[in-house]
Design a binder for this molecule. Sequence first.
Ligand SMILES: O=c1ccn([C@@H]2O[C@H](COP(=O)(O)OP(=O)(O)O[C@H]3O[C@H](CO)[C@@H](O)[C@H](O)[C@H]3O)[C@@H](O)[C@H]2O)c(=O)[nH]1
Ligand SMILES: [Mn+2]
Length: 747
Amino acid sequence: METNPLPLHLSHVQKPSLIINRTHSLLHSTALATLIYYRSSTIFQTLKTRDKPIFPLLFLSISELILSFIWVLSQAYRWRPVSRTPFPDRLPEDEELPAIDVFICTTDPNKEPTVDVMNTVVSAMAMDYPVDKLCVYLSDDGGSDVTLNAMKEAWRFAECWVPFCRRFGVETICPKAYFLEENHQKKDCRSDFLAEKEKVKEKYEEFKKCMMSSREKANIIMTNRDHPPLVEVINEKGMNEEVGDGVGAQHVQIPLLVYVSREKRPSLPHHFKAGALNVLLRVSAMISNSPYILVLDCDMYCNDSSSARQAMCFHLDLKMSPSLAFVQFPQKFHNISKNDIYGNRARSIFTILWKGMDGLEGPCLSGTCFYIKRKALYGSLMSEDVDIMKHKQYFGSSNDFIKSLRRHYKLNHCDFSNAMFFKEIQILASCAYENQTKWGKKVGFLYFSVLEDYFTDFINLHGEGWISVYCDLARPAFLGSGTTNLSDVLVQSTRWSSGFVEVAISRFCPLLHGPKQKEKQMSVLERMCYAELAFVPFYFIPLWCFAAIPQLYLLNGIPLYPEVSSWYFIVFSFIFLSSQSKQIQEILSTGGSIQTWSNEQRMWMIRSITSHLYGSLDAFMKRMGMRTASFQPTNKAVDDEQLKRYQMGKFDFQASNMLIVPVVTLVILNLVSLFGGVTRMVVINGSFNEMFVQVGLSFFIVSMSYPIVEGMVVRKDKGRVPISVSILSAVISMIYLLLGSFIIMYW
Ligand SMILES: O=c1ccn([C@@H]2O[C@H](COP(=O)(O)OP(=O)(O)O[C@H]3O[C@H](CO)[C@@H](O)[C@H](O)[C@H]3O)[C@@H](O)[C@H]2O)c(=O)[nH]1
Ligand SMILES: [Mn+2]
């Protein structure tokens, strides 16, 4: 590598975005400062004269402050966006490439269809990387036989799939996706290719049928939450038989495949995905101990065969490598419909935010699709010279594991037939192993928050002075399945909100927490990015206020905003228009459309009203010890009818009342007050000038909520807003408006 004068990768600052962003920041922040001045002076004046209602003014001002605060934090992403290009052709010879362990997590065979999980497994085995330097581990938190058996089938299928991909340089290495897009592929008419393809296709159908039939046998597959650890190296001869020298001798043709089901006991905490990943870290250390790890969710298959090589362009860069913890790829989805009604592409995160962080100290760890350095996960102790006792305090009692810390990748030397060796692995995968150790606290993935990715990164990776890199290329490296119905979307984002708020209100709050050593501290801008993520759920406060307070006062004809003729009206309008147009500019420049904007805007409102509120409550309750952590995995199995509605761009309101009622209530409330307010304005002449902002606000909310109104009154299908929900919501909004008006009038 040293002899190679060409760089392995290049990065360049996105100059035009940078200029637009900084100019916008300057203008917008000036307007915000003016707004804050206006609000505080009106509040002081009102306190003196008492000529206006003070409480709504206070609520609105607090809301505006919260929005401004989050906006200020979010400017850090806009400071210095960069893009990167790796050059895999310039990598050293295959013999010199480091080994990679692939970790795949699955937990529930009912929600996570086995066929898809196995497609992920097989796609990882087929990556364009030396076979003897790739080991694939599947963690099965469901402890299900169906999954274990499917692994054996997957191994058998991989035996023909992997050589096929390599021989013909197949790019789409996930079999399901490959055979789906078959018709669009450029025609390769070599007869040997066609013959081979037919054969492979047949094998794939067989493989699929095998899994389907074993699933059908049990309609609901039992998952086992009470079982000892089970680790199996999958190979031809079945369980754990002498692959030991086999691996070297019998000519490896496909990567090693290992099934891991850690011990589960109902009474003991298992810490969800973070717990599963930590077991994989220990078990893999004994088997392959590769210096790099690729983490994948079971629904995220490898789409591009070259992602490992792309990642290595950064990890093997001599200048960057010593401080580089991980290379993050974007999460992209194969099942998000074109108009993406739920704004679920996570567009802003993966096109704007992570690119912005990449220009600072690097993007945030995103749960899946990243190549991480094993050493970075072992914590700061690795860089210190300490004795074995200290190591045991950190990593637990296993001598073999501790030896692995100083050992390099050595697949051929581990003896799978040795009973002692397997005993040790079982101990490492047991519940008790982590007791009195630093696993989950200082070592591995951390347990404090259900957002194990974000938290581990903030505390142990970026927080310990590591950096990361973001690699987003035109051809998606990985493709996953995103949530495609409203209920799942909101449940998932409630989990995330809860995870973020948990961190925001703890001693790990990104604004306050940091290492003592100066050289490890992250920059203020990078810290602002973490803080922005943590505080985003607090959007629920301003959004609830803006959707309920001005409306009540509109109905009662009491102005809360400056009148149109006032100079401050221009300030309010400017802030609204400038933030919307910045949003639109970002969306258009990242391939979106105006429709993307309205979908995202609507979902931002719905999320803030529901998920962010419930997530925050959940976090506060956990903080007070009233709730325990939970991780409800998203549903990856699809309901055909729901899917059809989703693809047609129709909202699906089949969700719990808790999620739907608040949204519908606020829509009705806005409709009523808009109607009532405008009527009042027409009848009681002249208040147009001072009520304009309130009318505009309600009008904006109502027009953004069209799909909800449609779901209430127009639609007749199963996904419409249930009548009972509409009635309940109407009653709640009437009570609020009547009670509110009563208080306003007589208090
Ligand atoms: O007890 C558990 C729970 C989940 N998982 C696995 O974790 C992954 C992510 O779960 P999923 O239900 O797909 O959640 P998502 O909301 O889609 O996941 C996003 O959010 C998670 C954090 O909440 C991150 O870990 C993920 O990488 C990120 O894609 C899946 O492979 C699961 O099988 C486990 O292994 N054990
Ligand atoms: Mn997922």
